[in-house]
Design a protein around this ligand. Structure first.
Ligand code: ADP
Ligand code: MG
Ligand code: MG
Length: 891
C-alpha cells in the first residue's frame, strides 16, 4: 500500500529533513526537529505525491488517504490525550501548506481547526472562556477567508463596528462575552456570503482545508511565482496538520519569530520578535508592536517593552539552547517560528534564513572559523551575483531620497553629479574636475567619451540591453535606463520630471540598483574589499583554476581592477583612447587623409599620446598579462554627426564641409556591425596597426627600463575570419617589434592572437591557430553574429523572447550554450588539436556572469575577463565552478 502520510511528534518522526521533496520544506524540518527531541507539537504531513495525484485524478484523493489520515489523528490523540471532534477533550489542529521551496501564493495557515459551537464550550470549561471564544472567532475568520474565500474585511468591519459601539480600542479589551456575541455575527455573515452555515463538523472542516491547500497550488499567484522562479509545477505542495499549541492563553503565553544571526549584518546575535498573549502571525501582522527577544536588542532599540529574556527568563534560556542546537545541526543560520503556551516552549518551524549579501559573507566566514562548515562550503554558500551590491558605492540607507523619476536598474551603484545633456560637455566638465551625470533620451557609440566622463548615466528611453545599459555595465557605472518621466529639451538645456524643471548644472543622484533618480546630493557609503569579503575572496582564489582578468583601458579602471584582484587585462580596447577630446581631431585627420602619407602624418601625432597611455597602463599592471586589441570600430564612429559639429571639425582641420560630408557618406554603413571594421581596418590601412604596435612596444620598453618589469604583452586582432588576415598583421607587428628592439635595445617578448567573434572563426580555429598563440572569445559579437541578433536592436523583443521561453535568458547576459557555447566548444577543441597549450579566454560581458563562467570552466578555458567591478564576482564564480557547484540562474 502506498504511504501518503508521515507522522511526527514525541521525539520520533517517520520523515526527516532529507525527505524535503516528498514532505515539503516545512514538513521535513518539523520531522527533523521532532527527531532531535525538540518540543514540536505532534502532527503529520500529507505528501507532495498526493498533490500530484490530486491533479492527475480530477481533484480526487487516493482512496487509501482517508484511512491514513484517520490513523494519524489517532496518533495525535494518543500523544495529546485529546481526540479530534471530541465534545469533552477536543483536539484542535492547524493546517499548513509547505512546498519544497518556500513559496508565497500558497494557502495561508488555518489555526484552531476542530472548533465548533460544541467544542468551544469544552475549551471554555477546561481553560479560560475568553481564550476559548477568541480562538473560535479567529478560526472562523481564517477558515472563511482561506477556505470559503469570504473577504477578510467583512469580519474586520464587524469587529470595528462592535468596538466603536462599545467604546473599546484594543482587541485585548474584548471579553469572553464580547467575542461570543461577535461569533454569532460572524456566523451570520458567513451564511450570508457563502450561502450555507459555517461548517460545524470537524472532519468536514479538515477535508475542506486540505483541499484548499492543494487547490492553492494552481492559483494564478502561485503559478506566476513558479514561472518567475523556475519551480516546476510537478513538484506540488505538501499539507501539514499539527496539534495546536496556544500562545493566546494569557501573560505566560506568547508567539514569535527569530533568526539565529542578524540577517542584515550577519552578526552572531539572536535576532527576533515576539508578542505576549498572541497567536500565529500577530507578530508580523503589525496590529500590535512586537517586543524584542533579547535584552541587548531591546536596549539597542530603546524599547520600554520587556524582552523575552526578562518577561519569560526560563523560556528564553531554553529558546537559546534550542536555536543554537538547530544552527549547529543544520550548519546554517536558521529562521524559526515558535509559540509559548503557559510557560512551555514549542517550536513550529525552522528553515535556512534569508539574508543580505553582506550577512551571507559574514555568516559564511564566521561559520568556517567556528568550525561549523569548511572553506569550500563557505565559498559555495555565497551567491556571486549578490556581491555586486557590495562593490559599488551605495546610498546611505538612512539618507532621505527625493525621487523625481524611476526607470530600469540598468547598472548598479549610485553616484551624484551635475546634470549635463551632451557627451562633449560631460568630458569638458570632467576635465575641469567636476562630477557630472549624463542625461540623454538615449545614447549611441558617439557618446562613449561622455559616458566615460560621467559619474552616472540616465536615459529616458531604452531597456536593460540598450546601448546605455550595456556600456554602463561594462564601465561599472551606475545607469538608470528608460526613465520615461524625464523629458529633455537639449536646446534650452533643461529637463522636466515630477512636475519640476531641472537645468544644466543642477545636482542629481542616480541609484542604478533601484532605478531611482533623485534630486540633490544624497549621502553614500563607499565599497571596500575588506574583512570577511577579502577573506572569502582569498579562499576562493585558493580553489579556483581559471584566471580572472579585467576589461580595462583607462588607468582608473586598471587600478580598480587590481584593487579587486584582477590578474591581468583580458581586453584593452585601444579605440577608447582615441575618443578623448584631445585626440579625436587627429583621428579624424587620419580618417580624412587622402593617401597613406596624409594618414601617416596624422598617425604620427597620435603615436606619442597612445604611447603615453600604454606607459601609464603598463606601470599599473606591473608584470601582469595585458591583452591589447588593435583598433576595432568602424571609422565613421569617430566622425561628427551633427551639422554644427561637422562645421566645427571642418574649421579645425581646414577641410571643406562638402568633403567631410562626402567622406561621411562613403563611410556610412547599413550594418556597421558587419562591415568595415575589426582587423579589416588594419588590412586596408596597415599604417594604423603599425602605429599602434609601435606605441605598444615603445611603451613596454620604456616601462621595462624604468621599473625593470614589462607587462606580458598579448597583441590581439579583432574580428579575424581567416588565417591570412592574422598572418598579415603578424608580419607588420613583428617588423615593428624588431625595429623598436633595435632602437631601444630592449627585446620585448609578446604573443599574437585573435579575438574570435564569428562562427567562421570558430570553425577555422584549428587553421588560424597555426599563427594565433592565443584566442579570446568576444562573446558579445559572437552572440550577435551567431544569432543574427543585434544587441542594440534586440531590446524591444528580447524580454518577450525570454518570457515566452524562446531564450532561457538574455543571451547577452548569459551565454547561449546551445548555439554560441557550442561554437566555443568546437573552436576550443580544434585550436587545442592544432596547437596544444594554446591559451583560451573569454572577454565578452559573459566573463562576469556566473552561469557563463561555469560553462567556461567546463570548457577548460584558461581565464575569464570582465568589467573591473565584476572581478570579485568572477573570482567567486570561478571558484564555485571549480568546486563543481551549479550556479543558480536567479539572484
Ligand atoms: P507560513 O508558511 O506563512 O509561515 P505557517 O504554517 O508557518 O505559515 O503558520 C504561520 C504561523 O501560524 C506559525 O508561525 C505559528 O505561529 C502559527 N501556527 C501554525 N501551526 C500552529 C500550531 N500547531 N500551533 C500554534 N501555532 C501554530
Ligand atoms: Mg504566511
Ligand atoms: Mg511559518
Amino acid at each position: 500500500m502506498e504511504k501518503w502520510v508521515y507522522t511526527f511528534g514525541d521525539g520520533r518522526a517517520e520523515g526527516e529533513s532529507r525527505l524535503r521533496d516528498l514532505l515539503g520544506g516545512k514538513g521535513a524540518n518539523l520531522a527533523e526537529m521532532a527527531r532531535l527531541g525538540l518540543p514540536v507539537p505532534p502532527g503529520f504531513t500529507i505528501t507532495t505525491e498526493v498533490c500530484a495525484y490530486f491533479y492527475e485524478n480530477e481533484k480526487q484523493f487516493p482512496p487509501e488517504l482517508d484511512a491514513q489520515v484517520d490513523a494519524a489523528l489517532v496518533f495525535l490523540g494518543a500523544l495529546t490525550g485529546k481526540s479530534f471532534g471530541d465534545e469533552n477533550k477536543p483536539l484542535l489542529v492547524s493546517v499548513r501548506s509547505g512546498a519544497r521551496a518556500s513559496m508565497p501564493g500558497m494557502m495561508d495557515t488555518v489555526l484552531n481547526l476542530g472548533l465548533n459551537d460544541v467544542t468551544v464550550e469544552a475549551l471554555a470549561r477546561h481553560a479560560d472562556p475568553r481564550f476559548a471564544y477568541d480562538s473560535y472567532r479567529r478560526f472562523i475568520q481564517m477558515y472563511s477567508s482561506v477556505v470559503l474565500h469570504i473577504e477578510h474585511r467583512h469580519f474586520e468591519e464587524i469587529i470595528e463596528d462592535y468596538k466603536e459601539a462599545n467604546a473599546l480600542t484594543f482587541d485585548t479589551e474584548l471579553s469572553a462575552e464580547d467575542w461570543k456575541k461577535l461569533i454569532g455575527d460572524f456566523k451570520a455573515k458567513v451564511e450570508e456570503e457563502f450561502g450555507a452555515p459555517f461548517p460545524q463538523a470537524p472532519r468536514e472542516q479538515l477535508w475542506g482545508a486540505i483541499a484548499a491547500v492543494f487547490g492553492s497550488w494552481m492559483t494564478p499567484r502561485a503559478i506566476t511565482y513558479r514561472l518567475l522562479h523556475d519551480i516546476p509545477t510537478s513538484w506540488g505542495t505538501a499539507v501539514n496538520i499539527q496539534a495546536m499549541v496556544f500562545g493566546n492563553m494569557g501573560e505566560t503565553s506568547a508567539t514569535g519569530v527569530a533568526f539565529t544571526r542578524n540577517p542584515a549584518t550577519g552578526a552572531k546575535e539572536l535576532y527576533g520578535e515576539f508578542l505576549l498573549n498572541a497567536q500565529g502571525e500577530d507578530v508580523v501582522a503589525g496590529i500590535r508592536t512586537p517586543q524584542n527577544i533579547t535584552e541587548a536588542a531591546r536596549k539597542a532599540a530603546g524599547s520600554d517593552k520587556p524582552s523575552l529574556e526578562t518577561a519569560l527568563p526560563r523560556v528564553f534560556g531554553e529558546f537559546l539552547k534550542t536555536t543554537s542546537l538547530l544552527e549547529k545541526h543544520y550548519r546554517d543560520m536558521q529562521d524559526v517560528e515558535f509559540t509559548v503556551e503557559d510557560g512551555k516552549l514549542w517550536m513550529l518551524q525552522t528553515r535556512d534564513g534569508k539574508r543580505t549579501s553582506k550577512a551571507a559573507l559574514r555568516i559564511a566566514v564566521d561559520m568556517t572559523h567556528e568550525g561549523l562548515i569548511s572553506k569550500e562550503e563557505a565559498i559555495a554558500r555565497v551567491d556571486p551575483a549578490s556581491l555586486e551590491q557590495l562593490l559599488h558605492p551605495t546610498i546611505d540607507p538612512k539618507a532621505e531620497r527625493r525621487v523625481i523619476a524611476v526607470g530600469l536598474p540598468a547598472s548598479p551603484g549610485a553616484a551624484s553629479g551635475e546634470i549635463v545633456f551632451d557627451a562633449d560637455e560631460a568630458e569638458k566638465l570632467k576635465n575641469a574636475g567636476r562630477k557630472v551625470v549624463l542625461v540623454r533620451t538615449e545614447t549611441s557609440p558617439e557618446d562613449i567619451h561622455g559616458m566615460h566622463a560621467a559619474e552616472a548615466i540616465v536615459t529616458a528611453r531604452g531597456g536593460m540591453t540598450s546601448h546605455a545599459a550595456v556600456v554602463a555595465r561594462g564601465m561599472g557605472k551606475p545607469c538608470v535606463s528608460g526613465a520615461g518621466a524625464i523629458r529633455i529639451d537639449v536646446e534650452k538645456g533643461v529637463m522636466t520630471a515630477a512636475g519640476r524643471t531641472f537645468a544644466k548644472g543642477d545636482i542629481l543622484t542616480v541609484d542604478g540598483s533601484s532605478g531611482e533618480v533623485m534630486q540633490g546630493e544624497v549621502p553614500m557609503i563607499q565599497a571596500e574589499l575588506s574583512g570577511e569579503f577579502a577573506t572569502l575572496m582569498e579562499w576562493a582564489d585558493g580553489v579556483r583554476r581559471m584566471g580572472v582578468r579585467a576589461n580595462a583601458e583607462t588607468p582608473k579602471d586598471a587600478k580598480v581592477a587590481r584593487r579587486f584582484g584582477a590578474e591581468g587585462i583580458g581586453l584593452c580596447r585601444t579605440e577608447h583612447m582615441f575618443f578623448d577630446s584631445g585626440r579625436i581631431l587627429a583621428v579624424r585627420e587620419m580618417i580624412l587623409a587622402d593617401d597613406e602619407n596624409g594618414r601617416r602624418s596624422a598617425l604620427a601625432k597620435l603615436l606619442p599620446m597612445q604611447r603615453a597611455d600604454f606607459v601609464e597602463l603598463f606601470e599599473i599592471m606591473a608584470g601582469l598579462p595585458v591583452t591589447i586589441r588593435l583598433l576595432d570600430p568602424p571609422l565613421h564612429e569617430f566622425l561628427p554627426q551633427r551639422e554644427s559639429e561637422i562645421r566645427a571639425v571642418s574649421d579645425a582641420l581646414g577641410v571643406p564641409v562638402e568633403k567631410l560630408q562626402r567622406r561621411l557618406a562613403a563611410l556610412r554603413e547599413v550594418n556597421p556591425m558587419l562591415g568595415f571594421r575589426g582587423c579589416r581596418l588594419a588590412i586596408a590601412f596597415p599604417e594604423i596597426a603599425e602605429m599602434q604596435a609601435r606605441a605598444i612596444f615603445e611603451a613596454a620598453a620604456a616601462v621595462k627600463k624604468k621599473t625593470g618589469d614589462a607587462v606580458r604583452l598579448e597583441i590581439m586582432a579583432p574580428l579575424i575570419i581567416a588565417k591570412a588576415e592574422l598572418d598579415l598583421i603578424q608580419a607588420s607587428v613583428s617588423s615593428v617589434a624588431t625595429a623598436v628592439a633595435k632602437e631601444t635595445g630592449e627585446i620585448i617578448p609578446y604573443s599574437i592572437g585573435a579575438m574570435i567573434e564569428t562562427p567562421r572563426a570558430c570553425l577555422l580555429a584549428g587553421e588560424i591557430a597555426a599563427t594565433a598563440e592565443f584566442y579570446s572569445f568576444g562573446t558579445n559579437d559572437l552572440t550577435q553574429t551567431c544569432m543574427a541578433l543585434s544587441r542594440d536592436d534586440a531590446g524591444s523583443f528580447l524580454g518577450r523572447y525570454v518570457a515566452k521561453g524562446v531564450f532561457a535568458a538574455d543571451p547577452f547576459a548569459t551565454l547561449d550554450q546551445s548555439g554560441v557555447g557550442e561554437l566555443i566548444a568546437i573552436a576550443a577543441s580544434r585550436a587545442r588539436d592544432a596547437r596544444p597549450g594554446v591559451k583560451l579566454g573569454i572577454c565578452g560581458e559573459h566573463g562576469g556572469d556566473p552561469v557563463s563562467i561555469a560553462f567556461c570552466e567546463a570548457q577548460g578555458l584558461d581565464y575569464v575577463s570582465c568589467s573591473p567591478f565584476r572581478v570579485p564576482i568572477a573570482r567567486l564564480a570561478a571558484a564555485q565552478a571549480a568546486l563543481g557547484k551549479k550556479p543558480s540562474t536567479q539572484a
